[in-house]
Design a protein around this ligand. Structure first.
Ligand code: GAR
Length: 221
């Protein structure tokens, strides 16, 4: 059984989808803890509902914002007694330092055991508010990307992508609603495949951005 720690900053709908999929036995995993960096986020109440340990580690005090390394030190301290296989980012809105990412790098695979979902077809519309960016840009199609976390913003090998058509009458709210529904399905499905382990990284030598290739026949190259 794969053990995971989920990091979230927001409403927690992806976190909820993961917890429900586990409860319904659609995803073979166990959530050991939630880490939440924003006071007032919805994710901790989801953790409470599912009986999951929650570490609320705000990235700022009333007086100052923790430096990235300081904040990550607090997170690592909280997680030091927990054993887990993967960190799953579910709407975690603070960039992780390369030192943090390196700490969770699987030497055999050559990539970190940290996975993220982003609301666009990367490399388009990285950063914050992916759906709003696509709508304001005038794009006709956007989508969702699941990727392993690399060194830079929304960087790292692509694991899965799914397109979403932008309708002429879409608002940010309608696009986001459809997008989140796609995210929930794609994330659960993709995490299941990742945790099953039959995948490898392809294109690391020549592609601008490597990707994950699934299938028993390509397990461990
Ligand atoms: C989701 O749309 C997720 O893709 C996005 O934040 C939202 C969190 O929603 N993540 C990013 O933008 C990461 N760069 P949720 O709290 O309801 O899961």
């Amino acid at each position: 059984m794969t053990s995971i720690v989920v990091f979230a900053s927001g409403v927690g709908s992806n976190f909820r989808a993961i917890c429900e999929a586990i409860r319904e036995k659609k995803l073979a995993a166990r959530v050991e803890a939630l880490v939440c960096n924003l006071p007032g986020a919805g994710a901790p109440s989801v953790a409470k509902e599912f009986g999951i340990r929650c570490f609320e580690i705000p990235e700022r005090t009333p007086d100052r914002k923790w430096l990235r390394a300081e904040h990550e030190g607090l997170i690592l301290g909280a997680l030091s007694e927990i054993r887990f296989d993967w960190i799953v980012l579910a709407g975690y809105m603070r960039l992780l330092s390369s030192g943090f990412v390196k700490r969770f790098t699987d030497a055999e695979r050559g990539c970190a055991r940290i996975v993220n979902i982003h609301p666009s077809l990367l490399p388009a519309f990285s950063g914050v508010a992916g759906y709003a960016q696509a709508l304001h840009y005038g794009a006709k199609v956007t989508g969702v990307t699941v990727h392993l976390v690399g060194d830079g913003l929304d960087d790292g090998p692509i694991v899965a992508q799914r397109a979403i058509e932008i309708r002429d009458d879409d608002t940010i709210e309608t696009l986001m609603e459809r997008g989140l529904a796609v995210e929930h399905g794609l994330y659960v499905e993709t995490l299941g495949k990742l945790f099953a382990g039959a995948w490898r990284i392809e294109g690391a030598e020549h592609a601008r951005r490597p990707r994950i290739v699934f299938g028993a026949e390509v397990a461990r190259g």
